[in-house]
Ligand binder design. Structure first.
Ligand code: KG4
Ligand code: ZN
Length: 345
């Protein structure tokens, strides 16, 4: 029988994230973030993308030092932890297994409860890490990461519905694959963002998909971009080098246009003007600037997370765990990771 912390005591949640290629741990006490540690895995840069087996091995090496650092930086002892919240999915199975197994063992050792967290829900709830400027319910969240592109109708901390999503590649994947075509290292999103700052976004035109409803598609853009680069490079072998900033700016603009077009339709359809963005691509400076530029015209109240809460982190897992703790929503030691854990399950 695990010990449940009495509610008049402080609630201390240790959050653990290991769904892809970042090993992360964070501590939240009574809803306030005390530490947030992320160990990135540089090994994947050599291969142009995340290699699942290497990711699992790196998680195994990183998890104990990362958790240790998060506890030390928070200035707490491990005996003060009320519960451990961990990412159950979606993600890479081997990576999820490391975080799940570690969390189960640590919770058992400390005789405290476990809380399972959906990674996509946590990206949305990252907006509640700093409680000063949170969206109020209901709001729409455009969650754009390396594996997902979703428009989520958020009615409550736990009541979320995906109203539009990608039919093929995710927005982050579009950035990463385009970068790879240009010979840039993984992850390409931040590099395209950097080069785009110096470029002309209207120099090159890329075709946009014509998809019904609120869904997205990015695979056609990737193919079109590859053909464009191949054709231009055949005419001028230095084409990429000579036009890097303009290519990046034009591609980035196309991706942002595709995302905002659907977000605008969703806001109109649902009659919601509280608009949030989340996930790794929400760190993109072009997307952030465009939302800030258009918000007054659209009469939107826009919520953009701090950079450190956009890409994968454990603070978002801990804050989701904190909300679940308050609802007495605990997992058992029988919990297993779920690579395709969808929102609303
Ligand atoms: O949320 P995240 O850290 O991991 C997943 O859950 O997938 O997102 C990673 C994705 C990668 O595709 C990466 O290239 C992209 O986010 N990304 C960016 C930027 N920073 C990260 N894409 C565009 N601009 C950025 N500044
Ligand atoms: Zn993520």
């Amino acid at each position: 029988m695990v010990k449940l912390t009495i509610m008049d005591k402080s609630v201390v949640i240790l959050g653990i994230e290991s769904s892809c290629d970042d090993t992360a741990a964070a501590v939240i006490k009574d809803g306030k973030l005390l530490s947030n540690i992320v160990a990135n895995q540089n090994i994947h840069k050599l291969y142009g993308g995340v290699v699942p087996e290497l990711a699992s091995r790196a998680h195994q090496q990183n998890i104990i030092p990362v958790v240790d650092q998060a506890i030390k930086q928070a200035g707490i002892s491990k005996e003060e932890i009320s519960a451990i919240a961990f990412t159950r999915g979606p993600g890479l199975m081997g990576s999820l297994l490391v975080g799940t197994s570690f969390s189960k063992a640590f919770a058992m050792g400390l005789n405290i409860p476990l809380i399972e967290v959906n990674h996509m829900q946590a990206h949305v709830l990252a907006h509640f890490i700093d409680s000063e400027n949170c969206p109020s319910f209901p709001f729409l969240c455009l969650t754009v990461s390396g594996g997902h592109t979703q428009i989520v109708l958020v009615k409550d901390f736990f009541y979320m519905t995906v109203i539009g999503e990608t039919l093929d590649d995710a927005a982050g994947e579009a950035f990463d694959k385009a970068a790879k075509i240009m010979g840039l290292p993984y992850p390409g999103g931040p590099l395209i963002d950097k080069f785009a700052k110096e470029g002309n976004p209207n120099k090159f035109k890329f075709s946009k998909p014509n998809i019904a409803n609120l869904d997205f598609s990015f695979s056609g853009l990737k193919t079109g971009f590859m053909n464009f680069i191949n054709n231009e490079s055949a005419k001028n072998p230095n084409f990429i080098e000579e036009n890097k900033a303009d290519i990046c700016a034009s591609l980035q603009k196309t991706i942002i246009d595709i995302l905002l077009e659907k977000l605008k339709i969703a806001a109109k359809e649902k009659n919601i003007n509280q608009i949030a963005i989340a996930g790794g691509v929400s760190a993109n400076s072009g997307l952030r600037a465009e939302l800030n530029k258009q918000k007054d015209l659209l009469q939107w109240q826009v919520f953009i997370p701090k950079f450190e809460y956009c890409t994968d982190n454990a603070a978002m897992i801990a804050i989701t765990g904190y909300q679940k703790y308050l609802k007495n929503d605990f997992a058992t030691q029988n919990t297993t990771p779920s690579a395709r854990y969808s929102l609303g399950e």
